[in-house]
Design a protein around this ligand. Structure first.
Ligand SMILES: NC(=O)c1ccc[n+]([C@@H]2O[C@H](COP(=O)([O-])OP(=O)(O)OC[C@H]3O[C@@H](n4cnc5c(N)ncnc54)[C@H](O)[C@@H]3O)[C@@H](O)[C@H]2O)c1
Length: 283
């Protein structure tokens, strides 16, 4: 089955980025969310991002941008949106039960050759497929934010993902002009597990008072040539997200991944970072 039509479920930060990326590479995209308002917001975001990252940098013309947007159709009715899809990519909230239920429903309704992909950033792809009958067609395709710009895709092979599906998912990912790394399913994969450990350790250092927030970030940026420090990154991603990841990794992989107690306290106090204008920095 040649991939021409894509369905993306969830039109938030990642779903809208993935839809834009796929449409840029000539695919027809059906983008689904729970209401029109979210979908309209996603359309505005895609329009803005196409202009900001591509038209303004003379990478594409205004006409190209309009053609890209015209390849994206918006849906609140999921069953209609998946009808002709050759691959469905879910980018709904990072919630195991929600994703399990969604995948099992898709598995019942999509033709058996359709690839079912999850954009989870940490959850087990194997566990996510447990409620589905055809678990071999469920695979992780982990995009990074912003999806149209970032170069990497982490491809996750669940325990039951077939070789054929993995190969097809890889070809599709390569067609989006990304570099692909393949990972056997494991909590947090490569990227989320490593970045969490870095950020959590930086938060431990902050708590121990060994250096200021600014100095921890400056040290990491200049010593390792990282574009951002771990504390400003945690504020950007959301301290609540890192706490969530830490709880999951420590449950699955052990005590070593236990979130810093400072992180726990900050989230309790709504110091989530940029979203609440207060975190390791004030915004
Ligand atoms: N934000 C990131 O930097 C990032 C990076 C890589 C991967 N991810 C992963 O991508 C996924 C989405 O993250 P996000 O940041 O885009 O979240 P988000 O909150 O911006 O968007 C999630 C969207 O899913 C929609 N949704 C929820 N349930 C739905 C359903 N049943 N049907 C249709 N739509 C539904 C919501 O209305 C919302 O618009 C998560 O699994 C996350 O871990 C996020």
């Amino acid at each position: 089955m040649e991939i021409k039509n894509i369905c993306v479920i969830g039109a938030g930060v990642m779903g809208s980025g993935i839809a834009q990326l796929a449409a840029t590479h000539g695919y027809h995209v059906n983008l689904v969310d729970v209401n029109e308002e979210i979908l309209e917001k996603a359309k505005v975001t895609m329009d803005k991002n196409l202009n900001r990252f591509f038209v303004a940098k003379d990478k594409i013309t205004n006409e190209d941008a309009q053609n890209i947007l015209s390849r994206i159709q918006l849906f609140t009715n999921r069953d209609k949106a998946i009808k002709d899809a050759h691959i469905v990519i879910e980018a709904v909230y990072e919630d195991m039960a929600l994703k399990q239920q969604l995948l099992s429903d898709l598995d019942k309704k999509c033709h058996k050759e359709v690839i079912l992909a999850t954009n989870t950033s940490s959850l087990s792809v194997t566990d996510m497929a447990l409620n589905s009958k055809n678990q071999e067609r469920i695979v992780g395709i982990h995009f990074f934010n912003p999806a149209p710009v970032m170069k990497l895709i982490e491809l996750i092979k669940g325990k039951n993902t077939s070789k054929e599906i993995l190969e097809r998912a890889k070809k599709f990912s390569e067609s989006l002009n990304k570099t692909i790394v393949t990972v056997n399913d494991s909590p947090g994969f490569i990227t989320t597990r490593l970045i969490y450990v870095l950020c959590n350790e930086a938060i431990n250092m902050k708590q121990e008072g060994i250096a200021s927030t600014e100095d921890i970030d400056t040290a990491v940026k200049l010593a390792f040539n990282f574009p951002m420090g771990p504390l400003e990154l945690s504020d950007l991603v959301g301290n609540d997200i890192y706490l969530h990841i830490g709880e999951y990794l420590s449950e699955k992989l052990g005590q070593y991944y236990q979130p810093s107690s400072l992180l726990v306290e900050m989230v309790k106090d709504n110091q989530i970072g940029r979203k609440t204008k207060k975190g390791f920095y004030n915004y």
